[in-house]
Design a protein around this ligand. Structure first.
Ligand code: AMP
Ligand code: ZN
Length: 111
């Protein structure tokens, strides 16, 4: 997708600090962390919103959540973590390529 910063990160055109990648997702450090551990889990496939889910993307998302759970201890998230998916303007979504924020590494306040 042209002019999508996360597509460019996935393609390696923009540098990122990757902590995990496979054929379906890339996980890298958020450039402006709001917690001691702040990662972004991004599907390689470009789509912007949950409203664009179809059967294959639903399955992808399910596998992605399981992957995050399996990877958590190796990412410094053994004491728990929070997942956030911002959707649209009111949520402050700034990058329109679906991504899951993974927050942890400390006790998290609410908001
Ligand atoms: P959202 O507000 O949910 O769309 O989140 C977008 C996130 O992407 C923000 O937390 C940004 O700090 C992060 N971000 C933007 N550009 C980069 C980048 N080049 N590398 C890593 N994270 C980025
Ligand atoms: Zn994209």
């Amino acid at each position: 997708m042209e002019n999508c910063i996360f597509c460019k990160i996935i393609a390696g055109e923009i540098p990122s600090q990757r902590v995990y990648e496979d054929s379906e997702v890339v996980i890298f450090k958020d450039i402006e962390p709001i917690a001691r551990v702040h990662l972004l889990c991004v599907p390689r496939e470009h789509f912007a919103h949950l409203s664009e889910l179809n059967a294959s993307r639903e399955a992808l998302l399910g596998r992605t959540l399981k992957k995050i759970a399996d990877l958590a201890p190796s990412l410094g998230l053994e004491d728990g973590y929070r997942l956030i998916i911002n959707q649209g303007e009111n949520a402050g979504q700034t990058v329109h390529h679906l991504h899951i924020h993974i927050l942890g590494g400390e006790t998290l306040g609410w908001q």
